[in-house]
Design a binder for this molecule. Structure first.
Ligand SMILES: [Zn+2]
Length: 184
């Protein structure tokens, strides 16, 4: 049996849909990959800065609010102050942060990287996402296999694609990874 690995690659960080004061309507905000750190007084505040994609007006998503500076190690604080790019990306993909901010989040476009499956082939595929996003397994598989909703449904109902942990392939959301078996 052929074993493959597919990875989800996101085109950008998730966009936040919220009211922009300058535009006077709801617009999309994108992470600027920059943090704002306020460590002047006895409390520490940290935000991730978002910018309106139309007019660049900023909006700060709260990461830490009025915490004791001792909560973070010097190294952690330094990562925020230096705008560590991995950290900024992790926060921009954090559904917890977006949920906490009470904003609507729009999933970024993505592509699925990895060798294609030849029809009629017996194969096992491990699908990996770097971030936990509310993305449906069916959306990912349909994209990679270039299938219409109907054709995908048929494949699943005929047992030609199976999830190793028996998840419902029509409804389930992908967590960090999933393993599928393709049957001829
Ligand atoms: Zn704006």
């Amino acid at each position: 049996m052929k074993k493959l690995i597919w990875k989800i690659q996101y085109d950008s960080t998730p966009l936040v849909y919220r009211h922009c004061k300058k535009c006077g309507k709801k617009t999309h905000f994108k992470s600027s990959d920059q943090f704002r750190v306020n460590a002047q007084r006895q409390y520490l505040d940290i935000w991730l800065i978002y910018k309106c994609t139309k007019c660049n007006t900023t909006w700060n998503a709260t990461i830490y609010s009025r915490i004791s500076p001792q909560t973070l190690t010097a190294e952690q604080l330094n990562q925020f102050q230096e705008n560590d790019q991995v950290l900024a990306r992790n926060y921009a993909f954090s559904s917890e942060l977006l949920h906490k901010s009470g904003t609507e989040c729009e999933l970024p476009e993505f592509s699925v990287v990895g060798d294609d499956i030849i029809t009629g082939e017996y194969a096992e595929v491990k699908l990996i996402s770097e971030y936990i996003l509310p993305i449906k397994i069916s959306a990912v598989l349909r994209k990679k296999l270039h299938l219409s909703q109907k054709a995908y449904k048929e494949l699943v109902e005929n047992g030609r694609i199976k999830d190793r942990s028996d998840r419902n392939l029509l409804k389930s959301k992908l967590n960090l990874e999933a393993v599928f078996v393709f049957l001829p």
